[in-house]
Write a protein that binds this ligand. Structure first.
Ligand SMILES: [Zn+2]
Ligand SMILES: [Zn+2]
Length: 403
């Protein structure tokens, strides 16, 4: 029988090897000392070198919600300070928020496609970031579709329409600026065309084969490093060509057909269809990786549990024997020319937003935005509540020098 390694043990082993190289995990030399080396990443505690990339898995699961795995979301942090979100799938914002990065630094989102498990938490980033310190519009890059109604611009325009009540009521008390979204829609058929180029960072897109026309994958290049963020796709020729020699190659890998039958209630026919034709089977994922030969391969987009990950791992190992992470939420990779270090993030369940350097823009001047509450509704205010809080308000105003 083939030895099967736990997908968490593998990165931990890598970390161990990396740490042994300098301090064997470090030594605590007195009772008040702190451990010099870390096997985990604590958000906000480590500087990035200029030519370093930190990659987070903020969502690695499926459209059906589960607490342990949100749907697709990758956060890329660069040594120049730039940060990019690639997809923002349902539930992923809790993992993003736990990194306690000011919302002004989380204003660039690249969408691979418009399934909810890849952009379902846009509402949370949009409104949550608006109330918690983002000072300007969100910027979104996403693919066109075969027709305008199947493209990113249409989706975001109508997203804003569906949240009209939300925006209209916030606009009365908050600056409308952070509630705006700019969209840069690019041709989904373009092969390796530049969709973003600023500040030493280039992001290109390639087409993907998934569910309908429109989906893409992204290639980010910075400081001589190349990271490929694969969206949902059956293995495709564009990925093979342009992901070759990537430092990090992320690609979906799906549950085995056997597990889809056993655990997902699918018929054998459905399981083969979903697991080998719409998505990428473990063997096909392995073949992709042994062909493009990245420094490190990352597979995701399956429920990563004790009773699934060894089956996925064994399938991948049929066709690929290189460096591999089978990602689950909160895994983090530090990438430099010399080293790729894999750890788990340890972040708080009770994170608060952290203010950035810019002060939030001023709310609109009184009278400039129509009051969204009518006199009829206002007349329903229960006055004893006002009387009950009067003393507290008086004290608060005094303490804060308010009139
Ligand atoms: Zn999809
Ligand atoms: Zn998906």
């Amino acid at each position: 029988m083939k030895p099967v390694m736990h997908n968490l043990i593998f990165p931990i082993l890598l970390v161990l090897v990396a740490s042994l190289a300098h301090a064997a995990g470090g030594k605590v030399t007195d009772p008040n000392g702190t451990a010099p080396d870390r096997y985990v990443y604590y958000p906000g505690t480590e500087d990035l070198a200029k030519d370093e990339i930190r990659l987070f898995a903020c969502g690695t699961g499926l459209p059906a919600a589960r607490r342990s795995q949100a749907a697709t979301c990758w956060l890329v942090e660069l040594g120049n300070g730039d940060k990019f979100l690639f997809d923002i799938g349902t539930g992923s914002m809790v993992n993003v928020a736990a990194l306690m990065i000011p919302y002004d630094f989380l204003n660039k989102v690249f969408l691979t496609h418009l399934h909810t498990d890849h952009w379902g938490d846009l509402s949370t980033l949009w409104a949550g970031g608006w109330t918690a310190g983002r000072t300007g519009p969100l910027r979104i890059w996403g693919p066109s579709g075969e027709t305008p109604e199947m493209g990113t611009k249409y989706a975001v325009d109508h997203f804003l329409k569906s949240f009209n009540w939300d925006a209209a009521t916030r606009n009365f008390v908050l600056s409308p600026e952070p509630g705006k979204i700019t969209v840069e829609e690019f041709d989904y058929k373009a092969e390796n065309a530049v969709v973003y180029k600023e500040n030493g960072v280039t992001i290109r897109s390639i087409p993907a084969i998934h569910a309908g026309d429109g989906p893409v994958s992204f290639i980010l290049e910075y400081a001589g490093l190349k990271i490929v963020i694969g969206g949902d796709t059956f293995p495709n020729k564009w990925y093979i060509k342009h992901a070759t020699d990537a430092d990090i190659a992320i690609h979906e890998v799906f549950l085995t057909p056997e597990d889809l039958v056993k655990l997902y209630g699918q018929s054998p026919g459905q399981a083969l269809g979903v697991g080998t034709q719409i998505h990428t089977s473990p063997q096909a994922f392995g073949k992709v990786m042994s062909t493009v030969k990245p420094r490190h391969a990352i597979g995701y987009h399956f429920f990563n549990d004790e009773n699934t990950r060894y089956d996925v791992f064994a399938g991948v190992r049929d066709t690929y024997d290189g460096p591999l992470s089978l990602a689950t939420d909160n895994m983090v990779w530090n990438i430099t020319k010399d080293n790729i270090n894999v750890r788990m993030t340890v972040s708080p369940d009770h994170a608060w937003s952290v203010a950035g350097p810019k002060a939030p823009p001023k709310p609109p001047a009184k009278g400039s935005v129509p009051d969204p509450i009518s006199d009829f509704i206002k007349a329903g205010r229960w006055n004893p509540a006002e009387a009950a809080q009067a003393d507290m308000i008086k004290t608060f105003k005094k303490e804060h020098n308010m009139k």
